[in-house]
Design a protein around this ligand. Structure first.
Ligand SMILES: Cc1cc2nc3c(=O)[nH]c(=O)nc-3n(C[C@H](O)[C@H](O)[C@H](O)COP(=O)(O)OP(=O)(O)OC[C@H]3O[C@@H](n4cnc5c(N)ncnc54)[C@H](O)[C@@H]3O)c2cc1C
Length: 387
């Protein structure tokens, strides 16, 4: 058993950490409050090859796996820049196209993922279906060689920054009521595709949208893969990278919060000579949060290693557990960091309360803690499905 990263992975970690620290949380918050995007950070990370670490070398990427992408997600978040679009674009969309797209689709899209110049966001959630994707109502029907897509999506991140949206739709001939999903690469400016921004209580430069698809006409090659049969495996392919990278982002955020908090508590003195961190009532909650984050990290990198070894089923269990554990650990870490800062914890200046909304959302999205517990109950504990 080996818990060490390779030398290359260590170098990647150090380099991404250095980049993240040059931008930092103040930059991230300033962009969010100005209603702008982290365009400079994304572009620089792309130029340096960090956004394409998981893309095969023949398409211009780094030739690594989800482990490398998790490192990028974690280190940027640990520097105070948790970029959700890393989860949707290189982790989900690029993985789906790489593993299930046609060769023409790989040639068309992967070089843009590799250098970060292409952002593709992901749209599965719908207002009526919610966590139950078997009830998806977005329909794709054929019209000659073309496809026509109609339906509604909600909470779709980053549509305003992306050139394409990877849309999950139900193919019209699925009359049995069973989901026959198909994935389509839809230009974000396609006629018939409109959006409205959701007001979210999250300090983030990345936005969520409602999407309306009204007879959006797409050419035959917008369908991911050779046929609609590629849809279900393609959808499942995206799930493990999504859970692993979102967990890595949460772990990085937890580390960031604990680092800010422990720096503060080691220097803040209100009772004469000793720092507030000398009091166990302050240091133990921080230490407890640090333990939770580190435990979650173990499961993240186990899941990533299993996934990169092609052990998808085992990776599924670990990825779900990692996502669950990190969602809880990151929320605990940020809440504890706010508490030990006292009043300063609620200021923008100390840079921890700015993460409360994001870590709270991390217990709901991209898959809620309850749906993960359902998964573990059924697939690990052998319990009957209740829904
Ligand atoms: C910040 C943010 C970004 C997002 N980005 C994207 C994106 O880019 N693309 C995208 O497609 N979606 C995105 N989402 C949507 C997200 O994936 C969903 O919000 C999430 O899957 C939960 O679905 P829901 O909101 O419909 O909740 P619901 O399904 O309505 O569930 C409501 C509550 O009931 C619980 N619940 C539901 N069913 C069960 C059950 N069977 N057993 C136990 N509990 C249950 C849920 O856990 C939850 O707590 C985003 C959401 C957020 C908050």
């Amino acid at each position: 058993m080996n818990f060490d990263l390779t030398d290359e992975q260590e170098q990647l970690r150090d380099a991404v950490r250095a980049l993240g620290r040059r931008y930092g949380h103040d930059y991230f918050v300033a962009k969010a409050k100005a209603g702008e995007h982290t365009t400079e950070l994304w572009a620089e990370a792309g130029r340096l090859g960090y956004l394409g670490v998981n893309i095969p070398t023949e398409y211009g990427g780094g030739g690594g796996g989800i482990t490398e992408l998790a490192i990028v997600c974690e280190e940027l978040a640990a520097a105070g820049c948790p970029l959700l679009l890393l989860v949707v674009s290189p982790a989900i969309a690029a993985t789906v196209i790489n593993r299930h797209g046609t060769e023409a689709q790989r040639k068309r899209f992967l070089p843009g993922f590799a250098d970060g110049s292409l952002k593709v966001v992901f749209a599965i959630t719908e207002p009526e279906a919610g966590s139950n994707f078997h009830r998806l109502g977005t329909v794709a029907r054929r019209d000659g060689d073309d496809w026509l897509l109609s339906g509604r999506k909600c909470f779709i991140s980053g549509v305003d920054e992306a050139r394409y949206v990877l849309v999950v739709a139900r193919t019209e001939d699925a009359t049995t009521g069973r989901l026959k999903p198909a994935l389509f690469v839809v230009p974000s400016d396609a006629p018939g595709l409109t959006r409205s921004k959701l007001d979210m209580e999250i300090v983030s430069p990345e936005n969520q949208f409602l999407l309306y698809l009204d007879e959006v006409r797409l050419p035959a090659d917008a369908l991911v893969g050779e046929s609609v049969d590629a849809g279900l495996p393609a959808l499942f392919t995206g799930l493990n990278p999504e859970r692993i990278t979102v967990a890595a982002m949460g772990a990085g955020t937890g580390r960031y919060a604990i680092e800010r908090a422990s720096t503060y508590t080691a220097s803040r003195k209100v009772w004469g000579g000793r720092s507030i961190g000398a009091h166990q009532g302050v240091s133990h909650p921080l230490a407890h949060a640090a333990v939770q984050v580190e435990l979650a990290r173990l499961m993240i990198y186990k899941a990533a290693a299993l996934y990169d070894a092609g052990r998808d089923l085992e990776a599924g269990v670990s990825a779900n557990m990692a996502k669950y554990a990190t969602g809880e650990a990151a929320a605990l870490a940020v809440d504890t960091a706010v508490q030990v800062h006292g009043g300063a914890g609620m200021t923008t200046e100390y840079g921890v309360a700015t993460l409360l909304g994001a870590v709270r959302a991390g217990r709901i999205a991209p898959v809620s803690r309850e749906m993960i517990l359902n998964y573990v109950a059924q697939h690990v504990l052998g319990q009957e499905k209740s829904y």
